[in-house]
Design a protein around this ligand. Structure first.
Ligand code: EPU
Length: 437
């Protein structure tokens, strides 16, 4: 996998996607489970892991801490943290991914101390960690942030009740990690219910933890002495599945998305049906097809699960440019997640951002290929969808973002008939340089 930024994606639009695409394991689940294996003093085999750059970064980070993690098959990682000694996770790799925040909870739980550089991740405005810290402190830890590094220490960790002020996936998982080996009962109230929160709890339980209620508002974690090794398979990626479903609808195609959990897709399938897209559900697959000349407009609000995922907001906005009439997208999770909109407008879309959290889409304008620049992971996916819909050739720059979360995207799209390739960048067009900086 080439994860540098020396390539661009070149897409010739206008092809209706058709056929079957197999969805990979969930990136946001796999990153948390990989870090959770730090708590296990034994070998874990993690299956259905997507080969994306965030995972590659985490493998390096775990190896740097004295654990041993490696891909032993295309989508299988073996990780053994029995010898892990260091509590210090600092440096560029730690700073560039959001999932490194889980190192705080896992190292605290395992070693009773952690020094972790403030996590990075896609830029949607401020990305606070106050709820993580509140949880660690409730368990008896002392937290101090110095020069961009979070230092956490505890003599011992004791279960407590943690009420989350905002529904946070990251804080819910992090507190769960810190509590698994603590003394007594921890209750997380107002917990996130995303499928990957449940998956992390299932992973830990399969290694001997005692976590109940994951997938509801209240998670109860009774601390255990230790965890044992084992084998676990990561759930399918809800967001990758949604991206392909939206791409199918956007190109007027007929695509069956396989290896998925259809209930995870309900908020999206409801919106697609509202737009007039055909949906056929199977046990582990969904067929998405379009048999109408024009899709209907619709309004969408992002919400924590089971609401419409913020991580499908940019892709959905690209689709809404093709609908009849005016649609409104309201972003309720992140304070600033419309930075990519000018890139869609460069392709002929008519989208107006009002304030920081509302985008108004005048549908029906035909998109035209142009050089564009991914500003974050899902924005990159939205540009890919727009490019597939557009007349002519689109060049997408800044592929490092897309490589963080989509496994074999070009190969999968080609399998559905798309005309897409990756080429060397030489050089990036002047007009995009400012976006890239
Ligand atoms: N928040 C706080 N305080 C905290 C933590 C979060 O105020 O301590 C706020 C955030 O500012 C945000 C909201 O709570 O407004 C939700 O943030 P959350 O903690 O749920 O996000 P996250 O854990 O940092 C994960 C995904 C994101 C996804 C969000 C929301 C991973 C590695 N990342 O981030 O995924 O957008 O949940 O569902 O799981 C992506 O995959 O493209 C991506 C960005």
């Amino acid at each position: 996998m080439n994860t540098n930024n020396d390539e661009k994606m070149v897409i010739l639009g206008g092809v209706k996607l058709s056929g079957e695409v197999r969805i990979s394991g969930a990136k946001n689940s796999a990153v948390a489970i990989l870090v959770a294996s730090i708590l296990v003093g034994d070998k874990c085999v993690i299956e259905n892991v997507p080969h994306v750059s965030d995972i590659v970064d985490l493998i390096e980070i775990i190896n740097g801490l004295g654990g041993r993690a490696e891909f032993v098959g295309e989508d299988v990682i073996e990780v053994d943290c029995s010898e892990l000694k260091s509590h210090v996770a600092t440096g560029e790799r730690v700073r560039r991914i959001r999932a490194s925040s889980y190192l705080m909870g896992a190292l605290l739980g395992r070693l009773k101390r952690a020094s972790v550089d403030l996590p990075g991740g896609c830029n949607f405005g401020v990305r606070p960690i106050d709820q993580h810290i509140k949880g660690f402190e409730a368990l008896g830890a002392y937290v101090d942030i110095e020069y961009g590094t979070v230092n956490i220490t505890a003599d011992s960790l004791r279960g407590n009740t943690v009420y989350m002020d905002v529904v946070s996936v990251g804080a819910t998982i992090d507190v769960m990690l810190a509590a698994v080996l603590a003394d007594g009962l921890t209750v997380i109230d107002s917990a996130a219910k995303e499928p990957h929160v449940v998956d992390v709890a299932n992973f830990l339980n399969s290694m001997g933890a005692d976590i109940r209620g994951a997938g509801t508002d209240v998670i109860r974690i009774r601390g255990v002495e230790s965890l044992h090794g084992g084998t676990f398979s990561v759930i399918p990626d809800q967001i990758e599945a949604g991206t392909f479903m939206i791409a199918a609808a956007a190109t007027g195609g007929d695509v069956t998305v396989t290896n998925i959990i259809p209930t995870h897709m309900e908020s999206l399938t409801a919106k697609l049906e509202e737009m007039g897209v055909g949906i056929e559900e199977f046990d582990e697959a969904i067929r998405v097809y379009v048999d109408k000349p024009k899709l209907r407009r619709c309004n969408v609000k992002t919400q924590p699960y089971p609401g419409f995922p913020t991580d499908l907001q940019p892709q959905m906005l690209a689709l809404l440019t093709a609908a009849n009439g005016t649609s409104i997208m309201k972003e309720n999770v992140w304070e600033n997640r419309f930075e990519y909109v000018p890139q869609l407008n460069r392709m002929g879309a008519s989208i107006n951002v009002e304030g920081t959290d509302v985008a108004v889409v005048e549908g029906g304008s035909k998109l035209i290929g142009a050089p564009v620049c991914a500003t974050d992971l899902r924005a990159g996916a939205a540009l890919v969808i727009a490019a597939l819909m557009a007349d002519g050739v689109t060049e997408i720059y800044n592929l490092k973002y897309i490589d963080r979360g989509y496994e074999k995207l070009v190969e999968k799209l080609r399998g559905l008939g798309a005309q897409v390739t990756r080429r060397c960048v030489n050089p990036m067009p002047e007009v995009l340089r400012a976006v890239n900086e």
